[in-house]
Design a protein around this ligand. Sequence first.
Ligand SMILES: [Zn+2]
Length: 286
Amino acid sequence: MKIKRLLIRIGLLLVVLAITAGVLYLIYLRPFMNHMMVMETVHPDPQLTLVTGGGGNSGILTSDSAVLVVDTKMNKGATAFYEEVKKIAGNKPIIIVNTHIHSDHAKGNALYKGATIIAGARYDKEQWASENGPGTLPGVWVSDSLILHLGDETVTILNLGFDAHTQSDVVVYLHNRQLLFTGDLVLNQQSPALFGRYCSSGRGYLAAFDTMESRFAIKTVVPGHGPIGGRDVIDTYRTFFQDMYVAALDHEKKPQLLTKYNTWWQIPFMMSPDATISYIEKEKQK
Ligand SMILES: [Zn+2]
């Protein structure tokens, strides 16, 4: 009799969990994924194309000698973006830079047979392959920085050298255009995704904002996700992290600080101001 009651309770609990997961999926995850996959293309000048959405935000910089691609998106977004790149590149060699290991930025690599693929040096190759699949592994690993000359543009690929969004984030800076691709170190109107298995670090984010702003004169910011903007996109993200540190220390201020970011895209327990606070609280205990 007791066992029967226990089984009924477990069954009910499973039903409640399944309903909760379904509701979270319908209210948060599905709208978020749909929003993330919407693509928009802008041409700031004849040599530069920026494509937001379809996964992470991307860029295509063309020159007479080669074409640089920053992040290759995922799934349908990757295929549509690849078509765009092929139209622009023709038979020119393609150089890809992945800002980091995550599949929304690097899964599309598999489409670019023969391309040179560049990423930060401190990734585990097995982790890269299991995240992105076969044919996506970079051939050039940057541990400090790499400078490329493409037409009249000088491009710096800088490995931050410390854990921030992941264990080996790189940013890509176009000197003449004063434009910075930040990868997911900076998002616009969206909470960060922080994961222990990728060594995410709140302290690292704060250090990354300082590194980016002290190393580069920045006019345009292409964040990892969300609309392209100016340097203020970085400053807003710094304020977000500072606010989350205050909220982690001072629980009275927490509700008011959370309200500031109500309109940002978020997924509860995973990618939200609350999840950020929990993560930095755990990080502080280390
Ligand atoms: Zn991303």
